[in-house]
Design a protein around this ligand. Structure first.
Ligand code: ZN
Ligand code: ZN
Length: 154
């Protein structure tokens, strides 16, 4: 993640007010005007508006992107390995994960520096859910194998 952020930071963004080019750390997103502006224009022309720190937004986006990739690969794996007996339980866990992801995504535009830590812990929670699911699936597989061995014997 560190690497991606530094790449993002090097990219310059244009202020839609003064047309100057700025690093992402000096660019803000004005919620009311929905434009990207620099800090000085923000102070001069958008004083009463809500300005979102793009750096925080980008960090959370990068984190969500990584999380999404991680989850979709996990999801594909379990989808392929699905067996009817554990389907209900796994589906319950998946829907919990999806709604958590949605919740984070919905809050994205209102997130501040403080929220970044919270988002990180949410992601950790999501990963925890997957760990739980993996454990559950492992148990199921072991059980399935025992059953299979039993069938082989009789
Ligand atoms: Zn400007
Ligand atoms: Zn504005």
């Amino acid at each position: 993640m560190e690497k991606q952020i530094s790449v993002l930071s090097m990219k310059t963004h244009q202020c839609k007010n003064c047309q100057g080019s700025f690093p992402i750390s000096q660019i803000f997103n004005c919620v009311q005007c929905s434009v990207m502006i620099c800090g000085s224009c923000g102070l001069r022309k958008h004083r009463t508006h809500t300005l979102n720190d793009l750096l925080v937004e980008e960090q959370i986006k990068t984190m969500m992107e990584e999380t999404r990739n991680f989850f979709s690969s996990e999801h594909d794996y379990y989808q392929n390995e699905f067996k009817s007996q554990c389907e209900t339980e796994l589906r319950r866990m998946f829907s919990g994960i999806s709604s958590l992801q949605l919740e984070i995504a919905n809050k994205l535009s209102q997130m501040t520096e403080n929220d970044l830590e919270r988002a990180k812990s949410e992601v950790k929670r999501l990963k925890g859910l997957y760990g739980e699911m993996r454990l559950f699936y492992g148990k199921y597989e072991a059980q399935n194998k025992m059953h299979w061995d039993y069938l082989q014997v009789i």
